[in-house]
Design a protein around this ligand. Structure first.
Ligand SMILES: [Zn+2]
Length: 503
């Protein structure tokens, strides 16, 4: 991702639209400083289009679905419903969490790993959610001049761009450096102390109502402040820069906790599993194996399932497939299994989709496709809409030459989740296998469209309508009408860009 599309996306959002572009969302007169919730949302969506195709955007269905469910739980107890808020994960070594314009809340993988309990992670999300619910960004936008506005949007992107993990590509770092000019306004867009206090207060209420330990937020922030003082953790300033954290704030939170009271809340298995998976994904495969082996050596009696899962995940990464399978067998249990082999005193622990997915993947890597398929099918019976399992199962069908079965399965899944771009990508592969080129390119276009890449979607449809081989009138007319639709959307985007250059 280069700076140019970033700027274009920002500029698109900021420039008042030209007259012919009637179908564009009305962004209003930005210079007047008035901005509706709808306008805010539109700008947020523009930014998210670029975020979603950034390599650092974590596209792991298990981890992102878990974080989303945590956010949904907090939102469900808010006074004002905001179903449009969404949560996403950024793969990054620095400690950060942030709310973008329009209610998109991002959290870095390093922050998730730094939390010591689920209530701490929920606490950070509750604080960010409170910023959005209290409209802190919108309040700053109102009355801001246009140049301040630009820098607000630039900051949102720069937060993403200034990631410590430069292995993701030098272009991102370059973009961050180039944005530095816009960032000189940064002081004016940091949350104020008032905003912080309010976010702490509202966040604490959400945390408590949602059934987490209210101490989680304070505990995490206090550790953050302490670590920053001794400068132990790299990348620490990114969070503290945008959320001024003071000893007064900590003291305030402690006062409020007196009133709310503490709760003992055990971490959910999904939290422990997500954290273990992130650890198993980081570093070299052998480092990850060593990490979990060491952790498990210390706990010879009750081996936490998530650490066993982490070891198996790391072993698969290290291509030790037999080892991974043996490790997994100890935590895969089905009710009918031999009682002695069950981990907790003969009580059956229901199979977990993430563990079953990994088991299937290990078998598929061993080229034991039939066994892998049986595992996926059984697991999908228990969790029919689990995305990770569905992707793996359909991928396996395609790799074993059963595109027909895949197509009928996909048809049903796309009806259920019509915005999931991965399903269209799999569908495109399936159509390719059964030699239906028009449908193949149309499905690929739908995948690009849902990832926000309109130009690539139009390209695919143009290829689709030129197909003569296996031409089907019905498929052709669908592709043609979709092409007309997306072409006009693309023209509107281009017109807006052109208008920008004139202004
Ligand atoms: Zn804050």
């Amino acid at each position: 991702m280069t700076l140019r599309p970033l700027i274009a996306c920002l500029a698109l959002a900021l420039v008042a639209m030209p007259a012919p572009a009637q179908r564009l969302p009305d962004l209003g007169d930005v210079s007047s400083g008035s901005l509706s919730e709808q306008q805010e949302r539109t700008i947020g969506n523009r930014i998210m289009r670029d975020v979603r195709i950034d390599p650092a955007y974590l596209d792991d269905p298990e981890i992102s679905d878990y974080v989303s469910s945590l956010g949904a739980r907090l939102l469900s107890v808010a006074d004002t419903p905001r179903p449009d808020i969404d949560y996403f994960v950024v793969q990054d070594d620095s400690i950060n969490a942030f709310a973008l314009v329009g209610g998109h809340i991002g959290v870095h993988t390093a922050l998730i790993m730094l939390t010591q309990s689920e209530s701490e992670l929920a606490g950070v999300l509750a604080h960010e959610t409170a910023h959005v619910l209290q409209k802190h960004q919108a309040r700053m936008i109102h009355g801001a001049s246009r140049s301040q506005w630009t820098s607000l949007a630039a900051l949102a992107l720069a937060i993403l761009a200034s990631r410590s993990n430069s292995s993701q590509g030098g272009q991102i770092t370059e973009a961050a450096v180039a944005s530095a000019g816009a960032l000189s306004m940064q002081n004016q867009i940091d949350y104020t102390r008032e905003h912080e206090r309010e976010a702490d207060r509202v966040g604490l209420t959400l945390l408590d109502r949602a059934g987490f330990d209210p101490r989680g937020m304070e505990a995490f922030f206090e550790r953050l402040l302490r670590s920053n003082r001794v400068n132990e953790l790299k990348g620490m300033p990114s969070y503290l820069r945008t959320h001024p954290l003071t000893t007064e704030r900590i003291a305030d939170m402690q006062d409020r906790l007196q009133a709310v009271g503490a709760k003992m809340v055990p971490d959910s298995f999904d939290y422990r599993l997500a954290r273990a998976k992130l650890r198993a994904m980081s570093g070299s495969p052998s480092e990850a194996v060593t990490l979990f082996r060491t952790a498990l050596e210390d706990q010879s009696v009750l081996r936490p399932r998530e650490d066993v899962y982490g070891l198996a995940y790391a072993q698969r990464r290290a291509r030790d497939l037999d080892g991974a399978w043996k490790t997994l067998e100890t935590i895969r249990s089905r009710p009918a299994a031999d009682a002695k082999s069950l981990p907790v005193f003969g009580v059956a622990v229901p199979p977990h989709p993430a563990i079953e997915l990994l088991a299937g993947q290990v078998k598929a890597d061993m080229h034991k496709e039939d066994e892998a398929e049986a595992i996926y099918r059984a697991a999908l019976r228990d969790a029919p809409h689990n995305r990770g399992l569905a992707y793996a199962y359909i991928d396996l069908l395609l790799r074993t030459g059963r595109a027909g079965v895949a197509l009928s399965d996909l048809e049903e899944r796309i009806r259920y989740t019509p915005e999931d771009w991965r399903m269209y990508e799999l569908q495109s592969r399936a159509f390719e296998a059964v030699k239906r080129p028009i449908a193949q390119h149309r499905a690929q276009a739908e995948a690009y469209f849902r990832r926000g890449n309109l130009a690539a979607a139009v390209d695919q449809l143009e290829i689709a309508v030129k197909q003569t081989r296996g031409s089907d009138f019905y498929e052709l007319s669908i592709a043609e009408s979709r092409l007309r639709d997306l072409r006009s959307q693309l023209e509107i985007e281009k017109a807006a860009e052109k208008a920008l250059k004139i202004s």
